[in-house]
Design a protein around this ligand. Structure first.
Ligand code: OOG
Ligand code: NI
Length: 471
């Protein structure tokens, strides 16, 4: 009793700090385990420094919405889980770091038997402090046609426990005491990083591994191991085209095409590229099972983030992307890269490449803020549009914090080594996902809309308050 009391009173580490420490602990672990990722990080730091030095206007804009000093520390990661109890436990773990499920992604559209969400901070202040996100997928065994294989996979997953007692104990402690103190935080981060470590021994026989691999490499990746190894980490870059051209200097092989929108003056949503998964030798359980396989799962990625789009803007993006892909779909071997790039540039010319137009046409979400210098005579009760037009208020794009299903599918596929045509039969099951998660997933559009609304209200309050004399 007295022990519980003592820990309740000790100083709590904030969720934002736990997330930041966790993100950097994961990065250190991954850097040690996947050397090309370390080389990629170095490349990104240099690229970002050069870009910021050469683009002063951009620095000003970015400062309005983000913490410029930690740009090169910002990243996301991805994991793949096998069963509902793993997903709901992961939700509890991430909540301790201030990361909550946002969005539902159905990857079955790209013939990948998973559905996913992204755990991420939600409040503007928390995002500004550290936007670390984890793209989290749950395997959908029901999409395996071969019933015998489905049953064996299910048995293995049902029997496994990817969490240690220490993790469970600390999660319970955090939930009961509304947080963790300094000592507990260190233990928690160590214990959770261990969950995401790579295991070079598979937890199954080579015979079953081969069967799972033949069914789908992703199924083999989820079912075969003791834990859900982090399969990539992704630092943020400001000029992804420049980084793509240099990925080969890390010693790894770059993915052929950058996913997402084309290069623009006003970046939107998310552009991503990666180096292909490294091939790691694995051993198997069972007397005398000497079979050797190399497993391709772990890779490195970079992302360039731009303006979050409204539902209208997103519909336009989706429409233009389908138009492009109806004419040229990017092949993993890069053989049609030039044709695809020319095509996407041409089709996306229909998407205004200008923040003012994007704001006027309600295609993007913006943060409104009061300009520091203003000598125009103030009028009470002016609307936000009037304040904007008179230059008293500025707009800056709100950064997109989420993911894109078609891009995610491209990332999955380039790293699973699949070359074939995609089977786009949609099969979403958000309801089941939320049951398994034991929570609903937040609607990304509502979150951005709220951020925009709050910024507008702050401006209106600033200019339209009754007490003008004190300004
Ligand atoms: C996740 C791929 C999705 C992204 O950046 O779109 C992703 C995975 O391969 O498990 O991380
Ligand atoms: Ni990713």
């Amino acid at each position: 009793m007295s022990q519980i009391h003592a820990s309740q009173e000790s100083l709590k580490v904030t969720k934002d700090d736990i997330r930041t420490r966790f993100s950097s602990a994961m990065s250190n672990m991954y850097r040690e385990e996947v050397p090309a990722y370390g080389a990629l990080l170095d490349l990104v730091v240099t690229n970002n420094e050069q870009y910021l030095q050469a683009n002063n206007g951009f620095v000003e804009q970015l400062k309005q919405v983000e913490n410029i000093d930690t740009l090169s520390d910002q990243r996301h990661g991805a994991i793949r889980l096998g069963k509902a109890s793993e997903l709901s436990m992961m939700r509890r773990i991430f909540a301790i770091m201030g990361m909550y499920p946002v969005g539902y992604y159905d990857l079955s559209v790209a013939n990948i038997p998973v559905h996913s969400t992204a755990f991420r901070p939600i409040a503007s202040q928390s995002i500004r402090q550290n936007p670390f996100r984890v793209f989290t997928s749950l395997l959908r065994l029901e999409l395996i046609d071969d019933i015998a294989l489905r049953n064996s996979a299910q048995k293995i997953i049902q029997a496994r426990d990817i969490f240690t007692d220490k993790v469970r104990e600390l999660v319970n402690t955090a939930e009961q005491n509304s947080g963790l103190d300094e000592v507990q935080t260190t233990q928690f981060i160590d214990a959770v990083v261990d969950v995401f470590r790579w295991h070079s021994e598979a937890a199954i026989s080579s015979e079953l591994y081969a069967k799972l691999l033949a069914e789908h490499p992703l199924i083999a990746d989820v079912v075969s191991f003791k834990g859900p190894h982090i399969n990539h980490l992704t630092p943020r870059v400001l000029d992804i085209d420049a980084v793509q051209a240099q990925i080969h200097t890390t010693g790894a092989v770059a993915k052929a095409v950058i996913e997402g929108p084309p290069n623009r003056n006003c970046p939107i949503l998310l552009r991503q590229t990666a180096f292909l998964a490294i091939k790691e030798s694995i051993s198997f359980t069972g007397e005398g099972d000497q079979q050797q396989f190399t497993h391709a799962a772990r890779f490195g990625e970079v992302e360039q983030r731009g303006c979050a789009l409204t539902a209208k803007g997103r519909a336009l993006y989706d429409q233009l992307l389908s138009e492009t892909r109806a004419i040229a779909r990017p092949l993993n071997d890069g053989s049609n890269l030039e044709k695809y790039q020319a095509q996407i540039q041409q089709v996306f010319a229909q998407f205004p490449d200008d923040y003012q137009q994007m704001q006027q046409q309600q295609l993007g979400y913006f943060k409104y803020s009061v300009c520091e210098t203003h000598d125009v005579e103030l009028t009470k009760h002016s609307s936000i549009e009037q304040l904007l037009a008179s230059g008293l208020v500025r707009i800056d794009p709100i950064t997109y914090e989420d993911f894109l299903p078609v891009s995610a599918a491209g990332i999955f596929q380039s790293n699973l080594g699949e070359q074939g045509e995609q089977d786009f039969s949609q099969n979403p099951n958000r309801e089941q996902f939320e049951i398994d998660l034991e929570s609903s997933v937040a609607d990304e559009f509502l979150l951005y809309q709220e951020m925009q609304m709050i910024s507008i209200e702050n401006c209106l309050r600033h200019f339209n308050r009754d007490d003008f004399s004190s300004m």
